[in-house]
Every structure is written in structure tokens, then in C-alpha cells.
Design a protein around this ligand. Structure first.
Ligand code: HRG
Ligand code: AKG
Ligand code: FE2
Length: 321
């Protein structure tokens, strides 16, 4: 449940990662300390920074640099990988093509999703079928981004073990049928500078956990607290900003909320951000966990949602054609 938080906590998850492959990790004092901080941050803000995550800072920077180089190319070059419904909504979209609550966002982006093979999820998966469209310029783009995705996937799985413990479950609540074959989304985003219009309108994320790797020096991401104030999430170099998505809100029966956030880049510089979204299995039917119902008075606050349906309904209304 969000509160009137005024800032977003920084959590060093080093001790969690050191023990995350030990089935008895929950009994380790270092892990317990991290779990307590995760629980508090998820309840109070639904947002936290992580440090001690083990992904080299050079890779975080390199991914942003390549993204920036791509967006600097002429439109004719960028549109070679244009996003269309036929490509499973993968690829490049120009400024104003993404819409949030009916209003065009002042950003450009490349959207990538875990591959969906034809027929993989029947009719449910059909709109998302396809492979990613990677630019050939700048060189090594695909290679670097695939490395980035694979490290973010592993890291998210491990943070979710900590969150599972924080909810009072086993470390593996979010594996197997829930998120053992986690779907993922990655958005490489560019926001023009000196812009007073909204770069990305107020929204919640769709899945379990988001890892945001934002440009240093530009303060643009804002998170809404309970009284409706917009609290800044300024860049903290070397960290990820993490936030909870709609599926984790349901699993936790509202103990943790998917917090509204938005982006405005009024700074003079162009801003790059890489958002990696760790989701449930594409076909997971998500409903409140028993352990969470008990902690929230016994009644179910949310009905069942199928993640893939939620994603498809968002994706199909996110773009102007
Ligand atoms: N895959 C995720 N979570 N993307 C978040 C983008 C949010 C903006 C989008 N137009 C919307 O209205 O949701
Ligand atoms: O640009 C950012 O800092 C966050 C972007 C975001 O919230 C999203 O793409 O879902
Ligand atoms: Fe977001």
C-alpha cells in the first residue's frame, strides 16, 4: 500500500545475491536484512534503487551509449526497423507514436520482447508472435543487448526470490508455473530535451518487476505518492531503479502496489533510458497468493488475470497508426 513517501530508498542487494542459490537463504542474517528492506520499500513506495546487483557499470553505460547512437541516426535509417503489428509490435517507433491514456508521449523507442514462436500460446499469443528487429547500425547492437537482457533476467529472478521471502513465502514462489519461464520486455527509450510536454504519461508497469537504467545527470522520472505528489527518482549512477508491476500487485493481494510514474525531460540534454520488464510466464493465470490473502484480512482483492491478455490489451492500445 503506497504511503506519503518523500524519497525512494537505496537497497544493497549484495547479501541476497551471495546466498540466492541456497535453499536455506531465508535463514541467513544478511539475506533477512535485505528482505526486510525490500518488504518495507515495496509496501511504502513500490519503488526502490538497487546497488550491489553485480551487473558491471560499464555494461549499463555501453547499452545506453549504443541506444543514444541509434537515436542520433536519420529517421530513414531508424525506420528500417519500424514497429508494426505484423512484427509482433517489435521495433522502432518515432516520437508521438506511443500513447498513454490517449495522449501521445514525447519519446522515441525500440521495443523488444521475448520471442514468441507461431502457435506457442494459441490465439492468446498471436498478436505478439515474432522476433526482435535489431539495428545493424551501430554495430554489435544485438550482441550487447542480448547480453544485457540475459543478465537482467537472472538478476530479476534473484530479486524476486527476495520479494517472495518478503511476502512470507518460499524463495521460489515466482518460479515454475508462475514465472519459471518469465516473459520479458525491453524498451530502449529516448526523450528529447528542453521539453515541457510529458515524455511518458502516468502509467503503471504490467508485470512483476521493472529494472530502469537511466541516464546520469538528468532528473526526469517521477513517482506518485499517496497524496498525489510527484516524487523524483533522480539518477543514482550504477544503480537500477526498480518498481513493481500489475501482476505482483495481484499476487500480493495489494500488499504491494504498482505505483504510478511518469517522465518529463525539461533538461536541455537528450535523455536515454533502458527499461527492462521482468514478467510472469506469458500464459500465467495470476491471482492473489494464499499467504498474501492471510496477511491482508482473508478476502481476495483482485480477480484472476492472464498476463498475456493484459499485455496484449495494453500493446494494442499503446500506438497510433
Ligand atoms: N511494457 C511496459 N510496461 N511499458 C510501459 C510503457 C508505458 C506507456 C504505455 N503507453 C502505457 O500506456 O502503458
Ligand atoms: O524513462 C524512465 O525513466 C521510465 C520509463 C518507464 O516508466 C517505462 O517505460 O515504463
Ligand atoms: Fe514504467
Amino acid at each position: 500500500m503506497a504511503t506519503d513517501f518523500k524519497s525512494i530508498p537505496i537497497i544493497d542487494i549484495g547479501p541476497l545475491l551471495a546466498k540466492c542459490d541456497d535453499p536455506k537463504m531465508g535463514q541467513d542474517p544478511g539475506v533477512a536484512q535485505v528482505v526486510k528492506q525490500l518488504d518495507q520499500a515495496c509496501k511504502e513506495a513500490g519503488f526502490f534503487y538497487v546497488k550491489g546487483h553485480g551487473i558491471p557499470e560499464t555494461l549499463l553505460k555501453e547499452a545506453k551509449n549504443l541506444t543514444r547512437k541509434f537515436f542520433e541516426l536519420p529517421y530513414e535509417e531508424k525506420t528500417k526497423i519500424k514497429m508494426t503489428a505484423d512484427k509482433g509490435y517489435r521495433g522502432y517507433q518515432r516520437i508521438g507514436e506511443n500513447i498513454t491514456k490517449g495522449v501521445p508521449d514525447i519519446h522515441e523507442a525500440i521495443d523488444c520482447y521475448k520471442e514468441v514462436k507461431p502457435g506457442m500460446y494459441g490465439d492468446l499469443g498471436k498478436p505478439m508472435e515474432g522476433c526482435n528487429q535489431w539495428p545493424t547500425n551501430p554495430p554489435n547492437f544485438k550482441l550487447l543487448m542480448e547480453e544485457y537482457i540475459s543478465l537482467c533476467t537472472e538478476l530479476s529472478k534473484n530479486i524476486m526470490r527476495g520479494i517472495a521471502l518478503a511476502l512470507g513465502g518460499s524463495p521460489y514462489e515466482f518460479e515454475g508455473e508462475r514465472a519459471g519461464d518469465a516473459f520479458w520486455v525491453m524498451r530502449l527509450i529516448g526523450y528529447p530535451g528542453s521539453c515541457n510536454d510529458i515524455g511518458c504519461g502516468a502509467h503503471t508497469d504490467y508485470g512483476l518487476l521493472t529494472l530502469v537504467n537511466q541516464d546520469d545527470d538528468i532528473n526526469a522520472l517521477q513517482v506518485r505518492n499517496l497524496s498525489g505528489e510527484w516524487i523524483s527518482a533522480p539518477p543514482v549512477p550504477g544503480t537500477f531503479v526498480c518498481n513493481i508491476g500489475d501482476m505482483l500487485k495481484i499476487y500480493s493481494n495489494g500488499l504491494y502496489e504498482s505505483t504510478l510514474h511518469q517522465v518529463t525531460n525539461s533538461a536541455p540534454k537528450y535523455r536515454v533510458c533502458i527499461a527492462y520488464f521482468y514478467e510472469t510466464n506469458f500464459d500465467a493465470a495470476v491471482e492473489p497468493l494464499d499467504i498474501c490473502k492471510q496477511r491482508t484480512g482473508g478476502a481476495k482483492k483482485f480477480g484472476r488475470a492472464v498476463y498475456g491478455e493484459h499485455l496484449v490489451s495494453k500493446v494494442q492500445t499503446n500506438f497510433v497508426y
